[in-house]
Design a binder for this molecule. Structure first.
Ligand SMILES: CC(=O)SCCNC(=O)CCNC(=O)[C@H](O)C(C)(C)COP(=O)(O)OP(=O)(O)OC[C@H]1O[C@@H](n2cnc3c(N)ncnc32)[C@H](O)[C@@H]1OP(=O)(O)O
Length: 163
């Protein structure tokens, strides 16, 4: 497990692409991955092949989103996903964050990690007014804005409080 390098971006894209085709993850252009490379952690096998990735995207003083968490099909069920999520959580704590958001179909996996369905939970109106100015799709998903509903269909908005 290590921080991503720019040379990992094609590998991250290759991990994510089949999941985009299955409409599990949202597709992103290469430039977006390069811009976000500092948010990524990657997992590699003994031969240095990329087998998993995940990113932490800060949204507000206390809040970040876990995004683009993906594990190579051949490695599913070997603890790679949990290890990546643990690492992202540790990064979140280091940054001083206290809430982690995710939008996912993998509810049991995130529940095992202490995430809960957000239900109708929202944020303070003054914070809402600031967040709503963001052009980021993840922020819009957190706020459950109508324009991103087609992306969120069937997904669960989940949150974990870091103590
Ligand atoms: C915020 C977002 O990015 S949302 C999108 C989340 N990503 C996706 O939906 C993409 C498609 N899914 C995936 O890539 C994967 O299924 C992931 C990332 C969700 C999970 O990755 P995996 O590496 O298979 O997870 P991991 O092996 O750690 O855990 C899966 C199960 O294997 C079991 N397991 C088997 N071996 C182990 C082990 N050595 N250590 C821990 N768990 C293990 C666990 O019981 C676990 O069960 P749980 O999910 O109910 O807790």
């Amino acid at each position: 497990m290590r921080r991503a390098r720019t040379s990992d971006v094609p590998g991250i894209r290759a991990l994510v692409e089949p999941l985009v085709q299955e409409r599990i993850l949202l597709g992103k252009d290469m430039v977006v991955f390069y811009e976000a490379v500092q948010e990524f952690r990657v997992a590699e096998d003994a031969d240095g092949r990329l087998i998993g990735c995940g990113a932490l995207h800060v949204m507000w003083e206390d809040l970040a989103e876990v995004r683009t968490l993906a594990v190579d099909r051949e490695w599913l069920g070997h603890g790679v996903g949990h290890a990546l999520l643990d690492r992202l959580e540790a990064d979140a704590r280091e940054l001083g964050l206290s809430r982690l958001f995710c939008l996912t179909f993998e509810v049991p996996f995130f529940t095992r990690h202490g995430f809960e369905d957000m239900g109708t939970e929202t944020v303070d109106p003054s914070v809402y007014a600031e967040l709503v100015r963001s052009p980021d799709e993840g922020v819009a998903e957190f706020l459950d804005l109508a324009r991103v509903k087609p992306n969120t269909l069937g997904n669960t908005r989940m949150v974990k409080r870091l103590v």
